[in-house]
Design a protein around this ligand. Structure first.
Ligand code: NAD
Length: 349
C-alpha cells in the first residue's frame, strides 16, 4: 500500500509543521475521528529521512485508532512525530513550537508522551496548547502513562497464560523481556513479584545489570533475546521485532509485550498462529497508557478507577480469543477486524 501502511490513503489528515526558529519539523497524522478527537502520543526520534518519519506517523496513527477503539475510549486515533536533528538545541522552545502546532488543529488531535518524549516536554508544550495530557495535575489524576501501560501488559500476559496454558498464575513461568525502558522495567518488576523467571536484554548495559541484581533476571545479548526458549516473549523496545525469520523459528508459547507494531506485517501473525504460538495484539494489551492519558484529559477520575479500567484488558483478551476460535483468523487480524467494526459502526451513526 501507499507509504507502507498496507492500504491506500485511509488517513483523514496528515500535516507537516515547521518552525524555523526552534528547528521543529513535525508530522501530525490523524487516522480517524469517527469515535472522537484523534488521541495519541508524540514521538521524538532520529529518522534516516523524511519518508521514514512519514511512514512511522501513518502506521502509528492507524495503530492508535485501533487501540483507542478496542479500549472503548471516546477517541479516534492520531500520532505526532518530531524529526530529531542536531540543530534542536533548545528543547523547551522546540516543544513550545510543537504545542502551537497541536493547538492550531483546534482539538482535532490530542497529544501526550511517546518514545523519546518526557513529562517535561509535555509541560513545555502545555504552555501553548490545551489539547495535551500525560502530566501530574494539581489535585487531579494525571502523570506519566508508562506504569499504566506496564500494568496492562502484565494483565494481558496473565490472561494469555490462562487462555493458552491454563495457568492461574505466572509463578515459575519464563518470560523473555526485550527492552528495559519505562514499560519493560515496570513489567519486569511486576513479573518478578508474581514469581516469573526473567530473561532480559537491552542495548543499555547499565539497565541490564540493574535488572539482573534487582529481579534476579538471566541476561542475554540484544540480538539473542528473540531466539531464547521461553513461555512468553514480551517485546518492550521498538517495533517490527517479529520478522519472518523470528515468526518461523522462535521458541515461545505466547508473544505479548508493550512495543507498538511488533509484527513486521500481519503475515508474521499468521505464521505464529499456524505454529500454535498465541500473539496478544500489541494495540490490545498496551492500551494502559492511553487509557490513563484519556481519563486524565477528560478529568473527574482517580488512580483506582483508571487501574480498574486498564484491567479490562483481561476480558478483552478472552473476547478476542473467542473471535479467533470462531473465525479461524490469527489474533492480529481478528483484532484489526474487531477495531475496524467499532470505527465503521461509529462512522455510520
Ligand atoms: P523507552 O525508551 O523508555 O524504553 C525502550 C528501551 O528499549 C530502552 O531501554 C532501550 O535501550 C531499549 N532498546 C532499544 N533498542 C533495543 C534493542 N534493539 N534491543 C533491546 N533493547 C533495546 O520506551 P518505553 O516508553 O518503555 O516504550 C517501549 C515500547 O512500548 C515502545 O515501542 C513504545 O512505543 C511502546 N509503548 C509505550 C507506552 C508507554 O506508556 N510508555 C505505551 C504504549 C506503547
Amino acid at each position: 500500500g501507499l507509504f507502507g501502511t498496507g492500504e491506500g490513503p485511509a488517513h483523514e489528515r496528515t500535516t507537516l509543521f515547521t518552525d524555523a526558529k526552534s528547528g521543529l519539523a513535525a508530522i501530525i497524522s490523524v487516522y480517524s475521528t469517527a469515535l472522537g478527537p484523534a488521541f495519541g502520543g508524540c514521538r521524538y526520534w532520529t529518522y534516516a529521512n523524511g519518508n521514514d518519519a512519514l511512514v512511522d506517523a501513518l502506521r502509528l496513527s492507524q495503530g492508535m485508532a485501533y487501540k483507542n477503539a478496542l479500549a472503548d475510549l471516546p477517541f479516534g486515533g492520531g500520532k505526532a512525530v518530531i524529526l530529531r536533528t542536531p540543530e534542536q538545541t533548545d528543547r523547551t522552545s522546540l516543544f513550545k513550537a510543537f504545542g502551537r502546532a497541536v493547538e492550531s488543529l483546534g482539538g482535532l488531535y490530542i497529544t501526550a508522551e511517546d518514545v523519546g518524549t518526557t513529562v517535561d516536554d509535555m509541560r513545555a508544550a502545555q504552555t501553548e496548547t490545551r489539547y495535551i495530557s500525560g502530566m501530574p495535575r494539581d489535585g487531579e489524576f494525571g502523570g506519566n502513562p508508562s506504569p499504566k501501560t506496564a500494568y496492562g501488559v502484565f494483565v494481558g500476559i496473565e490472561a494469555a497464560a490462562q487462555y493458552v496454558m491454563d495457568k492461574k498464575s505466572l509463578a515459575d513461568m519464563t518470560v523473555a523481556v526485550q527492552g528495559l525502558g519505562s514499560v519493560g522495567w515496570d513489567l519486569c518488576r511486576r513479573l518478578a513479584d508474581a514469581g516469573a523467571k526473567l530473561i532480559v536484554a537491552d542495548i543499555d548495559e547499565a539497565r541490564v545489570a540493574e535488572v539482573r541484581v534487582r529481579f534476579g533476571a538471566q541476561t542475554v545479548k540484544p540480538d539473542e533475546i528473540a531466539g531464547v526458549e521461553a513461555d512468553v516473549f514480551a517485546p518492550c523496545a521498538l517495533g517490527a521485532v517479529i520478522t519472518p525469520e523470528v515468526a518461523e523459528h522462535c521458541r515461545f508459547r505466547i508473544v505479548a509485550g508493550g512495543a507498538n507494531n511488533q509484527l513486521a506485517s500481519l503475515a508474521e501473525g499468521d505464521t505464529l498462529h499456524r505454529r500454535g504460538i498465541f500473539y496478544a495484539p500489541d494495540f490490545l494489551i498496551n492500551a494502559g497508557g492511553i487509557v490513563s492519558c484519556a481519563r486524565e484529559f477528560l478529568g473527574g477520575t482517580d488512580e483506582a478507577s483508571v487501574m480498574t479500567e486498564v484491567a479490562k484488558i483481561r476480558e478483552r483478551l478472552f473476547a478476542l480469543a473467542q473471535r479467533v476460535e470462531k473465525s479461524g483468523e490469527a489474533p492480529a487480524r481478528a483484532a484489526v477486524s474487531w477495531a475496524r467494526e467499532k470505527i465503521e459502526n461509529a462512522a455510520a451513526r
